[in-house]
Every structure is written in C-alpha cells, then in structure tokens.
Design a protein around this ligand. Structure first.
Ligand SMILES: *Cc1c(COP(=O)(O)O)cnc(C)c1O
Length: 407
C-alpha cells in the first residue's frame, strides 16, 4: 500500500472510502498518480471541475487575484464581487444573488430565505413553514439537510430532526407535489436531474408542471442546480431544457472553476428581499478571490460555449454507450455530460466495476450500489471519449462477453 494511503488511514477520519489511487497532478481531463500513471477523469470532482484541471484562464485569474486581494469578509465592499453578481444574474435570468462557498451552504441559504418569505410575505404562522422535497434527493450534508434525505446512512444517527418540516414526494410525479401542498407550504426544492440518486432524469414536462403547480399555490419553486447547472446537462441551466423560470436557484461546484468552493443562491427580487443586514452570512462567502474565480468561470462557460459542447459530447457518449451490449449493463441514461450506467447487482457491484475501470485507466464513481457515473469535464474531446469507451468495453469484458449493438 502507498505510504500516503497508510498515513491518511492512520490520521484521517473514516467518513470516505476513496479508490486506491494517489493523485499528484492534473491537466485538462487527465490526472496522474504518484507512479506517474495517467487516467482519464470521468468524474471531474462531481462536476466541480467542469472546465478541466488547470484551465489557463482560470489559473491566471486565480494567481493574479490571490496576489492582489483574496479574503476581506463582507464587512467591506470589494471590486470583484459586484461584477460577479451582475454576471450571475445576467446569465441565469434571476434578479439577485447571494454568494456562499459550498453547495450545502447555498441550499441552507435557500431554506432560510424560503422560510422567511413564507412568514413575512405569505403569512404562514411562525415555525409552521414546510418545504416539500423529493424522495432520493441529494442537497448536501448539513444536519438540517440530511434530516430530509431518504438515504438512511446519511440521516440516521445524526438527528433529532424537526417533524413535518420537509415532507417528501416521489421525484418525477407532479400530481404528488400538488397533493402534498398545504397552506403552510413555503417552497418545493428539487434537482432537475437527480445526480447522487443515480442520474435519474424525470419525465419530460415534469418541471414545467411543477412550476405551474407552485405558481397556482403561491409556493416557491427552488431548483438545486449545484450539479446540473453551468452547462453540465447541455444547457447553461438544466431547467432551460423546459424553459422553466424558478423563484430560487442554487449553484455551486463548477462555479468555483475547480479551484475554490464558490456557491450562490439566486432569487426573484421580492423573495431575496426578505433578507435584512445581519439575517445571514458567511465569512468566506463572496470573498474577492472567489468572486473573481466565479466570474472567470462564467466567462469561460459562455466564451467556450461549453453548454453546447456538453450537449454534443453527451449525446455522442450516451449513443456510443447504448451500442455496448453486456450482460451486466441493465440501463444507460443521462442528459448532456451527466451519464450513468446501471449494472446488474447480482453480477457486479458498481464499486467493483469502478475499481476495474480504474485498473483500465478511467476514473469514475459508483452511486447507490448499482450505478457508475460518467461526468467528465465539459472540455472533453471526441477522441478522449473514444479512448474512455474502449476502456469501458475492456472493463465490461471482465464480467462477460461484450457485443456491439447497431447504433
Ligand atoms: C454536491 C451537491 C450539493 C452539496 O454541495 P457541497 O459543495 O458538497 O456542499 C448540493 N446539491 C446537489 C444537487 C449536489 O450535487
């Protein structure tokens, strides 16, 4: 075993079980380990590295801004935060933005905003506000958020939780949402595609229908695009596939350009308007360096037309994966460059499969025991996808014969 792995096992907490690989450098979609072996990264840090490792423009902004001014706190203004907020609102079509650092903090901000809006504007009785969530959701790991996870391991033993604060409905079922709404419902919080749940794409028209139901009931529609946002699914925002305009929007991961934690909660004027000075904050949220990187990330996304690239490359990856006939693959699905292969758990666990993929030089991550996910940086080239497909086929061959299906 590598000394690094032994050292981490000796001193680290055991809340992760990383694949047995020690990474030392990255460039574009490629990573190298401590033996100088090269891997194609098909995870991109769960979409946090959507623009690839060491993007020259992002690294330049990062180093220049780090030398000039990095962290000042929001006790003062900076000259990088305002242009970042303006560009965020311009690109997403939202009125106002509140910067945070991690995705979970963005979600927490959304929850606080929705609740205060419910009490101040909708006149829900104090402490009665409900936020409807979806089963199998993933919104982060704070003690409030895990309270409405349907994953026992994420939730159990970390309570107690407030009863009735987050009623859950099945994902993809707009009728269930309509039935769950009460006079105390503040918001509906939803991922446009459920990533951690195993790349679950809802039926077409689902989000449009949810938006209509929310509007008719004076309920805020809040979309968590921490993973699906910023080009990942083939549009700048995944909700744009249906032309839906939410009342609240959470971004994170890729917003930090793979260099820093940068997240944001964005909302309609009257919704964000409930926050008064002192209501909410974060020491690092909106810091000068993070804001500069956030703005540079948005600029890279737009200038390099990465949403269109994700659409084209994602269609290609999905179509090619669908031509692979293997007895262990039961489904291939996704949107843009957010793709999952469902494996037959009787034949191979997703964890064993991603370890086999690692051996073949492709980095991926299992989710929910049966799904291997592929979400490479949006800058991936067709030849690199072909390279990955060859290795995926080789990995599958270890579990049985692999045939080509007609495209
Ligand atoms: C990753 C993720 C989060 C949490 O983000 P962190 O930066 O890990 O706190 C929230 N929502 C979704 C949809 C995510 O994928």
């Amino acid at each position: 075993m590598s000394d690094y792995i032994a050292l981490e096992r000796r001193y680290g907490a055991t809340n992760y079980a990383p694949l047995p690989i020690v990474l030392t450098r990255g460039e574009g979609v490629w990573l190298w380990d401590d033996q100088d072996r090269r891997y194609l990264d098909m995870l991109s840090a769960y979409s946090a590295v959507s623009f690839g490792y060491g993007h020259p423009k992002l690294v330049q902004v990062f180093t220049e801004q780090a030398k000039r001014l990095a962290v000042t706190s929001r006790a003062f203004h900076s000259n990088t935060l305002p242009p970042f907020l303006a560009r965020l609102c311009e690109i997403t079509g939202m009125d106002r933005a509140l910067p945070m650092t991690t995705g979970a903090e963005g979600v927490e901000t959304a929850i606080k905003c929705a609740r205060k809006w419910a009490y101040i504007v909708k006149k829900v009785p104090r402490d009665k506000a409900e936020i409807i969530v979806c089963e199998a959701n993933f919104h982060g790991r704070t003690s409030t958020i895990v309270g409405f996870s349907s994953e026992a391991q994420y939730r159990d033993d970390f309570g107690p939780y407030a009863k009735g604060a987050f009623p859950a409905v099945p994902f993809g079922d707009a009728k269930a949402l309509a039935a769950a709404i009460t006079p105390n419902t503040a918001a509906f919080l939803v991922e446009p595609v459920q990533g951690e749940a195993g790349i679950i794409v809802p039926p077409e028209g689902y989000l449009t229908e949810c938006a209509r139901i929310c509007r008719e009931n004076n309920v805020l529609l809040i979309v968590d695009e921490v993973q699906t946002g910023l080009g990942r699914t083939g549009k700048v925002l995944a909700i744009q596939h249906e032309g839906v305009k939410p009342d609240g929007l959470i971004l994170g991961k890729a917003l930090g350009g793979g260099l820093m934690p940068v997240s944001a909660f964005l909302a309609r004027e009257d919704v964000m308007g409930v926050f008064k000075p002192g209501d909410h904050g974060s020491t690092f949220g909106g810091n000068a360096l993070g804001a500069a990187i956030g703005l540079a990330s948005l600029n890279v996304l737009m200038e390099e037309k990465l949403a269109d690239r994700a659409a084209a490359m994602g269609d290609y990856l999905l179509a090619r994966l669908k031509t692979i006939a293997s007895p262990v693959v039961t489904d291939v699905r996704g949107k843009g460059l957010l793709v999952g292969i469902e494996l037959d758990p009787a034949k191979v666990s997703a964890r064993a499969f991603v370890e086999t993929l690692l051996k073949h030089g492709v980095l991926s991550k299992d989710t929910h025991g049966t799904v291997a996910r592929f979400a490479p940086a949006l800058i991936i080239e067709r030849q690199e996808i072909d390279w990955a497909l060859e290795r995926i086929r080789a990995a599958l061959r270890e579990y049985g014969p692999v045939y080509e299906r007609a495209a």
